[in-house]
Design a binder for this molecule. Structure first.
Ligand SMILES: [Mg+2]
Length: 236
């Protein structure tokens, strides 16, 4: 690992799966839907199985969305519909209702990764300028920040909607530099996604921190790798 460096002024965080525990929050939300909509009596079966099928479809549809193959509305209801179809329930109306209710409820969840608040406080005290670069939807991401108490830490929130681009495309990083006055050389990108965050930032000329909560072997060497957020104290 490279040694502690004073050269960084701007820290660009990813939100989902980096600070905000997306998986835990999504699972809670789906579990609530499962009980509120009485999916068991509709024939969906065991929740854990239902959740597993959902994860499979959600991941595949997100990949298509990132590649521009499908639009966001399609992503929102089709992940529910395909999950229901796999459970032998062909009910588009129910799928659309689930899609809407899921997105209404998810951003109000507040589960963060360990040390998220502590490290943001620590970094703020050290006068780093903190920002977010996120591929999520604008309204959704702002709700997450507000409910989970993260909003106050960030100067600029760069979303794919506002920048008209998605990580790992260079346009969203260029937009972020313009919006914040940061330079690639004094900026650090922190995220969990090898392609979107790490390779994207590398191509934009920034150093990167791979936030490796799941302890998987990255396919190449990011500037830094951490397995929990507190380890940032060793870098910054
Ligand atoms: Mg992420």
């Amino acid at each position: 690992m490279a040694s502690r460096s004073k050269k960084y002024k701007h820290l660009f965080f990813d939100l989902d799966h980096t600070l905000w525990d997306f998986e835990a929050n999504a699972k809670l939300t789906l579990n609530e839907l499962y009980y509120n909509l009485d999916l068991l009596s509709k024939g969906v079966g065991d929740f854990e199985k239902f959740y597993e099928i959902y994860l499979y479809h959600n991941e595949r549809l997100w990949d298509k969305y990132r590649k521009g193959i499908i639009k966001r509305d399609e992503l929102r209801w089709k992940r529910m519909w395909l999950t229901l179809v796999d459970c032998k329930i062909n009910d588009e109306e129910l799928a659309r209702e689930m899609g809407v209710r899921f997105l209404d409820s998810l951003p109000t969840r507040t589960l963060l990764f360990p040390y998220a608040i502590e490290i943001l406080e620590w970094l703020s005290k050290r006068n780093y300028s903190l920002h977010l670069i996120t591929n999520g939807f604008e309204v959704t991401q702002y709700s997450k920040l507000r409910y989970s108490g993260l909003e106050k830490f960030f100067n600029e929130v760069i979303t794919s909607e506002a920048s008209n681009s998605l990580k790992p495309n260079p346009e969203i990083f260029e937009y972020a530099f313009q919006k914040t006055g940061a330079l690639p050389g004094d900026s650090l990108m922190l995220g969990d996604d090898i392609e979107a965050d790490i390779i994207g930032a590398q191509k934009a000329g920034m150093d990167q921190v791979y936030v490796n909560h799941k302890n998987i072997d990255p396919p190449f060497e990011p500037t830094y790798t951490i397995s929990n957020l507190k380890e940032l104290e060793n870098i910054l």
